[in-house]
Design a protein around this ligand. Structure first.
Ligand code: ATP
Ligand code: MG
Length: 390
């Protein structure tokens, strides 16, 4: 037996000029998302994607498709030859209703029929009534047209009809890759994985860079970041994590500059190294989990001083989020439990309890001019290790 997963997308229609390219990328991403489901086949029809899978794999495939950006919702459907008339559709609807009753014990139902082929002899309202009566007789469920617990969808096309119980939300947004490529500064915290997810939702394909400072920061922190990378890859958001050795640069910055500038100096160095890595990966932008005012270092002045060190646009998807919103999203996307593991991050190394909140780029430059910044970047890039995430 075969199921057909109806994959709906919405926003793409707004972008009339790019629609074809977006649809192609979306179809590729849907194909990749279901590549491990044996026998899955993807078809493009007008304004929708269909994924055919063995019925036993349908829930697994639907779960994967619910993590594909660009899709708005999915429904696991059964196909009926529409030419066979209303009886076949009704029989299938009754079967689906029985299965839903056994699975979810809904308190009421409603038939929602749509007819795209107007040559079909019955109107949608007639289909609703006919099928509704049969489902009610077979299951004993009452009809509730306003707030039904079970929505049985029926779509009648030219050659085939689909029958499905309800729809499941997918994340929406744009297909990953449609907006190009960016480099995510991924730490082990709560914020940066969520920032990466939001960037991917806007169609950015990501690689990540992680600055690692052994022995002050342990291997567990590195493992944690790689684990977060895997979580993002479940959403097709991430391709690789580049682990950059950062201890030497940090120590030299610490030894050269005033303690209260340490965080800004570290972050400016991170930006420069990230730029060099982004050159290698052909990433057009940087993405960080920075926010406003959550920590003393994240003031407009400090963000300005940090951003002055990079050639690329820095995207900060979380700038309007408060911690409650970020945490809720981290839970939803599956990164939270990993993020709260108690391992240290290099940004807190050698940092005083009262860091500067109004750093100026020129003060940082005075410190940096005493160092060979280009050599610092080159050494960090040369010592870095790129880990493919799959
Ligand atoms: P997060 O929860 O993402 O760790 P945060 O609230 O702890 O963020 P900061 O420590 O100031 O804030 O870091 C701000 C951003 O800088 C991070 O979201 C991340 O994008 C980047 N960043 C910080 N430390 C690292 C690191 N070791 N490697 C890569 N990026 C980092
Ligand atoms: Mg952090």
């Amino acid at each position: 037996m075969e199921s057909v997963i109806l994959c709906r997308y919405g926003e793409l229609f707004l972008k009339a000029g790019n629609r074809r390219a977006f649809e192609r990328i979306l179809a590729d991403n849907v194909r990749a998302a279901t590549a491990e489901v044996s026998g899955a086949r993807v078809e493009q029809t007008h304004g929708r994607l269909l994924v055919r899978v063995p019925a036993t794999d349908a829930d697994d495939a639907a779960g994967r498709l619910q993590r594909v950006f660009g899709l708005v919702s999915v429904s696991v459907a059964r196909q009926v030859a529409a030419k066979e008339d209303l009886d076949a559709i009704t029989a299938m609807a009754v079967e689906e209703a029985r299965a839903a009753v056994a699975r979810d014990r809904p308190a009421s139902f409603k038939i929602e029929a749509r007819r795209s082929d107007k040559r079909f002899p019955k109107s949608s309202m007639e289909i609703d009534r006919h099928v509704g009566a049969a489902v009610q007789a077979a299951t004993g469920l009452p009809v509730d047209v306003h707030a039904p617990a079970l929505r049985l969808g029926i779509e009648v096309g030219t050659d085939v009809a689909y029958v499905f119980a309800g729809k499941q939300d997918a994340p929406g947004g744009l297909p990953v890759g449609a907006s190009g490529r960016a480099l995510l500064l991924l730490s082990g915290g709560i914020d940066s994985p969520v920032a990466g997810w939001l960037a991917a939702k806007r169609g950015l394909a990501l690689d990540a860079v992680y600055f690692h400072s052994p022995p002050y920061v342990g291997e567990k922190s590195r493992d944690k970041v790689l684990a977060l990378g895997k979580h993002l890859a479940r959403w097709q958001a991430l391709r690789s994590v580049t682990v950059v050795p950062f201890t030497d640069a940090q120590k030299r910055l610490r030894d050269t500059g005033p303690a209260e500038l340490a965080v800004v100096l570290y972050r400016r160095m991170m930006m420069r190294i990230a730029d060099a890595i982004a050159d290698q990966l052909e990433a057009g932008a940087l993405v960080t989990g920075e926010n406003l005012g959550q920590v003393a270092s994240q003031t407009i002045e400090n963000l300005t001083a940090i951003e002055a060190a990079t050639r690329r646009v820095v995207l900060r998807p979380l700038v309007t989020y408060d911690k409650v919103e970020t945490t809720a999203l981290a839970r939803r996307i599956g990164t939270y439990e990993t993020s709260i593991l108690p391992y240290e991050d290099c940004c807190s190394l050698f940092v005083p309890s009262h860091p500067a909140t109004r750093a100026r780029a020129q003060d940082a430059e005075k410190v940096e001019n005493k160092l060979d910044v280009a050599a610092e970047i080159a050494a960090a890039v040369a010592g870095s290790e790129r880990v493919a995430i799959d």
